[in-house]
Write a new protein. Structure first.
Length: 203
């Protein structure tokens, strides 16, 4: 008789974690329902939909799990206990370290999992776009704060400096996925920060 229920001992949190890794590695549209079900111990389609509602709903849950764990590396951008420069530096260095960690897929799930999608994937694409827009806004806030307090010269181009650091943050994902080492990425952070220092308003 075909099995119709979830396997005994089904762990929903573990299943979401497995799905997160699949979406992170292969992208939303690159992961099939069959792959997801098999990663959860071969549960039936009926059990999958009963547990998660839909593939998209599972992706949304997995993305929230990512943000609450691995994605926390960018929270430094909002830490007002740090100087604006320190916020950007910590976010970049921690991202470089996390994205090259061999314990999970390389790169960033927010950047890689739904950047390019078909029309059917537009709703999940909008989710990760919103995350990247928020990160860019946080970087701009750091730059603006530094210009206001005189840490950066008042003739600094805030849009240009924001684009530099945002581009580096997003670019970490592709370089990490291509196998660039943590050491090289971290050295790149140092070089990127030289652009901040070149605009410094203090000796």
């Amino acid at each position: 008789m075909a099995r119709t229920g979830r396997p005994r001992g089904f762990d929903r949190d573990k299943a979401v974690g497995q799905a997160m890794h699949l979406f992170w590695e292969h992208g939303f549209e690159g992961v099939s329902l069959e792959q997801l079900r098999q990663s959860m111990g071969g549960i039936s389609s009926a059990s999958f939909y009963a547990a998660f509602g839909s593939k998209e709903a599972l992706y949304r849950t997995a993305l929230e799990d990512y943000r609450a764990t691995h994605g926390k590396v960018v929270l430094a951008l909002h830490d007002e206990g740090l100087s604006p420069r320190q916020r950007i530096e910590q976010a970049l260095r921690r991202s470089a370290e996390m994205q090259t960690d061999p314990a999970h897929p390389t790169g960033c799930m927010v950047t890689l999992s739904s950047t390019i999608c078909s029309v059917d994937g537009e709703s999940v694409q909008a989710l990760t776009l919103a995350e990247r827009v928020a990160n860019r806004a946080a970087i701009r806030a750091c730059v603006d704060a530094a210009i206001e307090d005189g840490t950066l010269r008042h003739d600094t181009n805030p849009a240009g400096l924001t684009t530099l650091f945002d581009g580096f943050l997003v670019g970490l994902s592709l370089q990490a996925r291509d196998g660039v080492s943590h050491e090289d990425l971290d050295a790149g952070v140092t070089q990127a920060l030289a652009a901040w220092d070149a605009n410094s308003g203090r000796p």
